[in-house]
Design a binder for this molecule. Sequence first.
Ligand code: HEM
Length: 386
Amino acid sequence: MQASGSVSSAGTTFSTTSTLPLGHPPVNMHEHSNGACPVTREKHAYCPPQKGDVRSVCPALNTMANHGYIPRDGRNLTFGVLFRGLKACYGVSTTLGVVLVTGGFLGIGRSPIRIPYLSNLFRVKNPDGSVSPSGVIDLHLIGLHNGIEHDASLVHLNTQPGKKYPPLKIQDTWVSELVGDIQPPVPGYTPPDVDPSSKPHSDPHSQSESESSSGYYASAYTVPVLQKFVNDPTYLNVLVDEADVGRMRARRQKDILPMKLNAAHAEIARGEMSIILGVWSREHEGKTGIPLAWLLQWLSEERLPEVPISTSTQTPTPEANLESSENSDSGSDNGSDSTAKTKASTWKPTSSTTTMLWRPKRKQTLSNVVKRSKAIRAVTDAIAAR
Ligand code: HEM
């Protein structure tokens, strides 16, 4: 599909010509020179990747770039840039932030240490042929296969044999399949018609090299069939918990058989999801988990949720309830599970309801991530043992 034309914003004219996937809304093309967006007026407003931007296979980091928590072009990422971005965007504790960012650098064989001015003297040749100063990486490099990156991703194809980086394109039907792993079954869900040849143990190599490395097509729209889950506020009360993620992981690990994830990658795969389970955790009718709508939008569009806020004092919203319980959480790394305190009422949209961009109001600690990971593992292992 071709979208073309031009748009004038902030006194600048941008070309809007681009090739877009079917069903993709028109995108006004512009550039994120120096990592900033010339179109969005608010610092953390969403803007999908533009030409020249790089993205990774990590929905969390891509979302941070799409919202300007790290440079929007996905480049020039130092330890400090990533660490501050993770804290501001997701509310990770200092310990968790240090572990994630240090692990990110070391996992791809890069030093997290950057000595200003001197780092330029110590330049590193990257596996993709580019050269960067010591202590500086970009989102593309983070996806180096078998570093942190692993097979059996929830929404991406495996890295092709002989390639160093995985395809970035999100598999629309795989996002849909995640909904089928949720218990109790999600009303209105019908399994997608999955083409078995798109499964990674068959022939996953349908994506062109330019698509897989540009990052442009990785995100920016929610699959039409999933839009009802994202747009209908009743799905804010459909929660995804550790057991659901355990089923997702078990299904994807079965998909790649006879290949198996090694223990470290299996742990990383669980850890990735357990962080976000903590970030958005809430409770509804006895189930603690994260809103399905938010997870789908985050994974497919790499976008933060807009949360309902009420302009009327008569109508409490889940966010209002979250705020009161979150404020009582110390957020230290001492293992106290802040999510247990979270109570959310059923959200009923009213005419006085409006939305604002989600912002973290409690800290995500390393010990909580470890606890959630164990809960995911219990389910994945039980399914594998059947
Ligand atoms: C708030 C912090 C983070 C969260 C919630 C998070 C979450 C996730 C999730 C859910 C995935 C799996 C996507 C899938 O299965 O397709 C993922 C993948 C990945 N993440 Fe993150 N991540 C975080 C931070 C980081 C950091 C700091 C790095 C490195 C610097 C990183 C690197 C990666 C990589 C390389 C993958 C690809 C794994 C694969 O092969 O599927 N992530 N992340």
